[in-house]
Structure formats: C-alpha cells, structure tokens
Ligand binder design. Structure first.
Ligand SMILES: *[C@@H]1O[C@H](CO)[C@@H](O)[C@H](O)[C@H]1NC(C)=O
Ligand SMILES: *[C@@H]1O[C@H](CO)[C@@H](O)[C@H](O)[C@H]1NC(C)=O
Ligand SMILES: *[C@@H]1O[C@H](CO)[C@@H](O)[C@H](O)[C@H]1NC(C)=O
Ligand SMILES: *[C@@H]1O[C@H](CO)[C@@H](O)[C@H](O)[C@H]1NC(C)=O
Ligand SMILES: *[C@@H]1O[C@H](CO)[C@@H](O)[C@H](O)[C@H]1NC(C)=O
Ligand SMILES: *[C@@H]1O[C@H](CO)[C@@H](O)[C@H](O)[C@H]1NC(C)=O
Ligand SMILES: *[C@@H]1O[C@H](CO)[C@@H](O)[C@H](O)[C@H]1NC(C)=O
Ligand SMILES: *[C@@H]1O[C@H](CO)[C@@H](O)[C@H](O)[C@H]1NC(C)=O
Ligand SMILES: *[C@@H]1O[C@H](CO)[C@@H](O)[C@H](O)[C@H]1NC(C)=O
Ligand SMILES: *[C@@H]1O[C@H](CO)[C@@H](O)[C@H](O)[C@H]1NC(C)=O
Length: 438
C-alpha cells in the first residue's frame, strides 16, 4: 500500500513536468526504493525523467520488445544516449524494473523468469546498497548510498555516447551501435589508449595499426582522457592536471552563455565519431534536429571494416554499399554489411605449388586493398603480379600500383577493400572454377 502511494506521488510529480517553468527547475528528484517502471502498464510509469525533463531513464522500444536506457526527450527522432546490458535480448511488455528495498536495481521479466541488473563492471550497485537513485539533468543516471554519495553512475559505463560533462577515461572505450534501431554492440570502437592516443578501430579486429582508421595523434603524451564539457568543447586533457593537450572541437559561439543546448559525442553506426548539438527551441519546447559540429573522418569511405570479409565498399548514389568480391556470394543477402563467402571449392596445394588449372584471375580497376600485405615486390606489369598470385598458394588477391609498379599480395579472407575511382590501382583476385556444393 505504501508503495502504491509512492507511485501515485511519483506519477503526480511526473505529470507536473513539462513546459518552460519545469525546465528551469534543476533540483534533484530522488527515486526511492519501491519505485518501479514498466514498459506499458498504466499503473507504473515507463520512465523516470530528469528534473528539467530533458532526459529520461526507462524502457524504450527495441524490436518487438523493450530495452532499458537513457534518451533525450523532445527530439523528433529518438536519441538514445545509453543502454543497459545492450547485448541482451529485448524484454517483454511484462517486464518490470524496480529499485528494491534492499538497494538493488532489478529488472525482472516474468515470462523469462530471470533477473537482470542494470549495471555491469566493477562499480556495480551490488557492491553496496542504493538508498535512492536520480536521473540528473546532465543525462547521468546515478545510484546513491545512505550518505548520498554516488555509488554507481551511467556516466562511468558509456555505450556509444559521451554527454556534456562526461569523461572517457584512460583505457575506456565507446562501441558503436549495430543499427539506428538496435543499440546492441556494433562494428566499431573508439579507444582512449594508455599511450595517450584516441583511436578508432574496426571491431572484432586485433586493434593493430592496420585495423585503425583514425587517431588523434596524441600518442606522445601519456595519461590523457577525452572530455566533452557542457558547452560543447571536446578536448583531450591530462587526467591528473586537467590541462588541455588537444582541442578536437570548440564551439566559440556558445562559450559565453549556456542556452540549453545539449551536446553529445557519438561513435555512430557507420563508424565515424561525431559531435552533435541539439538546440532547445523555447517556442515549441522541443529540441531542434541535431546539427553535426565535428566529425573525426571527413570521408566516411575511410572507415575500415564497414563492409564485412571478402566484400568491398563502394558508393552508390552517394550511399555506402557493400558488394561481393569475385568468387564470393553474400553471407546474408538481406544484411550486406556482413560480408561474403567463397562460392568455389579450394583445390589442395601440392608440394607448395598451386594447382593453377583449377584457378583463374579476375581483374578490377580502382580497387584499394588496405589490409597489410604479406608480400610486396616490384614487378614490371600487372600481368606478372597476377601470375605471381595465381601460382602462390597463400595468395588470395593482389594489388598493383601502376605508379610505383608495386605488387602487394594478400591472404584470404580479404578485409578493408574499397573501390575508389581516384586511385589508379588494379586489383587481381584468384577464384577457383570448381563450384562449391551448397
Ligand atoms: C522546483 O523545485 C523546488 C524545490 O525542490 C520545488 O519546491 C518546486 O515546486 C519545483 N518547481 C516545479 C515547477 O516543479
Ligand atoms: C541549478 O543550476 C544552477 C546553475 O546552473 C546551479 O548553480 C545550481 O547549483 C543548480 N542547483 C541544483 C540543485 O542542482
Ligand atoms: C529476483 O530478484 C529478487 C529480488 O532480489 C529475488 O527475491 C528473486 O529470488 C530473484 N529471482 C530470480 C529468478 O533470480
Ligand atoms: C557511501 O559511499 C561513500 C563513497 O563510496 C562512502 O565513503 C560511504 O561510507 C558510503 N556510506 C554508506 C552509508 O555506505
Ligand atoms: C580491442 O579493443 C577492444 C576495446 O578496447 C576490446 O574490447 C577487444 O577485446 C580488443 N581486441 C583484442 C583482440 O585485443
Ligand atoms: C567549456 O570550456 C570553455 C573553454 O575552456 C569554458 O569557457 C566553459 O566555461 C566550459 N563550460 C563548461 C560548462 O564547463
Ligand atoms: C599531467 O599533469 C601532471 C600533474 O600536473 C604532470 O606531472 C604531468 O607531467 C602531466 N603530463 C603531461 C603529459 O603533460
Ligand atoms: C560466385 O560468385 C560470383 C561473384 O558474385 C558470381 O559471379 C558467380 O556466378 C558465383 N558462382 C556460383 C557458382 O554461384
Ligand atoms: C588439379 O586439380 C584438378 C581438379 O581437381 C585435378 O583433376 C588435377 O589432377 C590436379 N592437378 C594436380 C597436378 O594436382
Ligand atoms: C578453369 O578455368 C580456366 C580458365 O577458364 C580453364 O582454362 C581451366 O581449364 C579450368 N579448369 C578446370 C579444372 O575446370
């Protein structure tokens, strides 16, 4: 009964939000034990808003079910800035999230009969009990202990986004989301390395220099962290002295007066790292569509690993497209970024010699193979380069630069291949004539 009263009181406070007056009120609203959220129930709210109403923590739709996260309210397109246990399957509409009386944030889904905690990592709320929680106006969701010290905060567990006031510490990473509608771990990550360099990598890679496609170039200074301040200044700072080492973006115009604009830095689904602003429109009480202030890569085609193994990146009507390399077919025709599979059967290599009667070479112009070659040598023409690949059991493809006459051979599977009309590079691909049995 007592908890019902609390919920009613809570609902009243939720309904009193909205409008200009409420936006100004930045006092902390405490969520007390016994409070709960449900995706669709009329008896429970589905989210806990921040005092200003700018951010909310709660259930949002994911596929046929729901996920738990934090989003920016009042944007036309839902802007999710954080997701709990992002790789878990969506929960059902019967799910319930509770701040329990023993100080735990428990997600229960009756149909699946299992509890999920929102936190992951070492600073989990299971370390000590939470006495209250709060969705702050900064976009940070926090759990407090009895003495009102923060014992867990979403800002310490970023997914793909940093908000104003948030830090990516030394050793921290942001992982892109799989798609706009699925915030599960995607195909790219941004690492704040211990050597001071901030680097973008293709996921599921070795994190080697061959797998990186952008870096801040600050490797000379150790112990740097990435910081986005509340007025859109994106900087690499000394983690002990907070001295600025490199300014990635500085919004000169908004330095003087804070106007309610929300800034966020996100590693996007396409692998680019971008800084956005969401300007607040007083007349409509909504945020205007986001504006891109800065991006790590000017050319999205420079992202490595946008297309999966054995496929290549090309622009089609200005849209990125992944096409299969010769001798391969899509692993999944409906998900073309997943890469392609060989559609011929390999013939055994005999005494280190390729059975050349079972293979042929296919030539394509303006193709760049960006992975590291296992063999490089100068050759007079593309014909010799092609022959050299055909006879070499290790060779899957080779690229020939007609400017330098350099022939560079690569093994299968092929990664980081793109078509670029500006590059006068010819690539040759070895394909077998024996059709694979399906
Ligand atoms: C703002 O917060 C104060 C202090 O918590 C409270 O008294 C007041 O009612 C709030 N105003 C609105 C509009 O919510
Ligand atoms: C409200 O915002 C003002 C200005 O940003 C700040 O000085 C004050 O500490 C905030 N109050 C609370 C309760 O957060
Ligand atoms: C779920 O959590 C509650 C409260 O912590 C506990 O009483 C219950 O046994 C848990 N249920 C399962 C299936 O783990
Ligand atoms: C609350 O957390 C702070 C910081 O971790 C700690 O120093 C304090 O002892 C905790 N208080 C209680 C009552 O657990
Ligand atoms: C690459 O870096 C990411 C993020 O730091 C990490 O999760 C992953 O395990 C690393 N992969 C390898 C092979 O080291
Ligand atoms: C952001 O950085 C600028 C430049 O250092 C500074 O003038 C401004 O006060 C900072 N804003 C916040 C909210 O920290
Ligand atoms: C970072 O700040 C600390 C403390 O001021 C200083 O000792 C250290 O040299 C600084 N590191 C760099 C790389 O500037
Ligand atoms: C193998 O893939 C290539 C390139 O997509 C295609 O042209 C060829 O017809 C395929 N072969 C078979 C047997 O499916
Ligand atoms: C090369 O492959 C073909 C087809 O599998 C086979 O008939 C032939 O014996 C092979 N030649 C050698 C030298 O292994
Ligand atoms: C493979 O294709 C080449 C070129 O078309 C042809 O000369 C050769 O006889 C074929 N070999 C087999 C085993 O089919």
């Amino acid at each position: 009964m007592a908890s019902n009263i609390r919920i009613v009181a809570f609902l009243l406070s939720v309904f009193s939000l909205g409008g200009e007056g409420a936006r100004q009120n930045n006092s902390t609203q405490l969520i007390s034990p016994g409070s709960s959220l449900s995706p669709i129930s009329t008896h429970h709210p589905s989210s806990w808003p921040s005092p200003s109403g700018n951010f909310a923590f709660g259930f949002y739709e994911k596929g046929a079910g729901f996920a738990i996260g934090i989003w920016l309210e009042g944007t036309d397109k839902q802007t999710i800035v954080w997701t709990a246990n992002r790789d878990d399957l969506p929960v059902t509409s019967n799910a319930m999230l509770r701040l329990t009386s023993d100080g735990k944030l428990v997600l229960s889904d009756r149909e699946q009969q299992k509890n999920l905690t929102v936190s992951t990592g070492t600073n989990s709320p299971t370390d000590s009990a939470a006495s209250s929680a709060s969705m702050l106006d900064s976009g940070d969701f926090v759990l407090y202990n009895k003495t009102r010290d923060v014992i867990w905060e979403s800002f310490n567990h970023p997914t793909d986004t940093l908000l104003g006031g948030q830090i990516l510490p030394v050793g921290g990473s942001l992982f892109s989301s799989l798609s706009e509608n699925d915030r599960s771990t995607g195909r790219f990550h941004l690492d704040m390395q211990a050597d001071g360099n901030l680097v973008l990598y293709s996921a599921n890679s070795e994190n080697s220099s061959a797998d990186s496609y952008w870096s801040s170039g600050t490797f000379v200074q150790p112990k740097l962290q990435l910081y986005l301040n509340a007025t859109g200044r994106l900087v690499l700072i000394n983690s002990t002295s907070w001295e600025e080492s490199k300014v990635l973006y500085d919004d000169e115009s908004s330095k003087t007066n804070y106007d309610g604009t929300i800034y966020r830095a996100t590693i996007d689904v396409d692998g680019n790292f971008r800084l956005y602003s969401h300007e607040y429109d007083k007349s409509t009480g909504k945020f205007q569509p986001s504006v891109t202030l800065w991006q790590a890569l000017a050319d999205p085609c420079d992202v490595k690993g946008f297309c999966g193994l054995n496929s290549y990146y090309t622009l089609y009507d200005y849209q990125p497209n992944c096409l299969c390399l010769p001798g391969t077919d899509y692993a999944d025709f409906d998900q073309r970024t997943l890469g392609c599979l060989r559609n011929y059967t390999k013939v055994e290599c005999n005494d280190g010699k390729e059975n050349i009667s079972s293979y042929q070479m296919s030539t394509m112009e303006n193709m760049v193979l960006e992975d590291i070659a296992y063999y490089e040598a100068q050759m007079p023409t593309v014909k010799e380069c092609s022959r050299s690949c055909l006879e070499d059991c290790n060779c899957g493809a080779a690229e020939f630069d007609s400017g330098s006459n350099l022939c560079a051979k690569q093994n299968l599977p092929l990664r980081y291949v793109r078509r670029d009309p500006k590059e006068s590079i010819t690539a040759v691909f070895k394909i077998g004539n024996i059709t694979a049995k399906i």
